[in-house]
Design a protein around this ligand. Sequence first.
Ligand code: AMP
Length: 234
Amino acid sequence: MDAQAVDECSLSSLHKKMKTLKRFVLVGAPASGKGTQSSFLSETYGLKPLSTGALLRAEIAAGSELGLEAKKYMDAAMFVPDEVVNGIVAKWLGENKDCGCLLDGYPRTVAQAETLDANLTAMGLGVDIVVYLNVAAELIEARMLKRKACPACGETTRNGEEICPKCGGAMIVRTDDNPEAFAKRRKDYETLTVPVVEHYRAQGKVVQIDVVEEGEPEDVSARIAAAVRGYCEK
Ligand code: AMP
């Protein structure tokens, strides 16, 4: 085989491997840029995203029973109980088992990760890759002050926008983005969610993106794409 044929052959096996990546998990601290990178990953790899936080905020905006229940916890900057969130995600995964999926904000505890693994195994599936956005604490604190969210479509922005760039709705400051609530969410993230990364690292499924300087989201996206590609080349 000549060099070009070898190149084309390894390229096509890389593409095949990338196509087998169907179930992504995105992990990052509050205000780490998960929302932005979730959009990037969904568009790039053809994934249907589920943000449990955005779904719960939409339920609150709709005034549903689930929303009323979740609001009590979210306003207190607490995690919504596992059985509630596990149930929502299991139902959604069952409805979307044939398409590529991206979970953003779930699993948030090792117990949720174990439930997710068991639910996927029961469907003959599994988590294929975990993208871990590891953003320096001082960047996160600075971002939190300018962060807004769209209650209608779940979009989040970083520059204090009044109008949602995605759906044109009115942006709000999230009730759980005040400094005290944010500090609690950060602490829960460190103690309860970072162990989820270790859970999947032990399975060899984690790609880690360290962000230590403020920069363009597109640069982080490019690094994620390179890391996903590297993961498939292993
Ligand atoms: P997020 O938009 O991901 O920052 O989530 C906002 C809030 O929704 C969190 O602070 C929790 O109160 C709740 N929430 C979202 N996802 C989960 C989850 N997987 N487990 C428990 N609570 C969650």
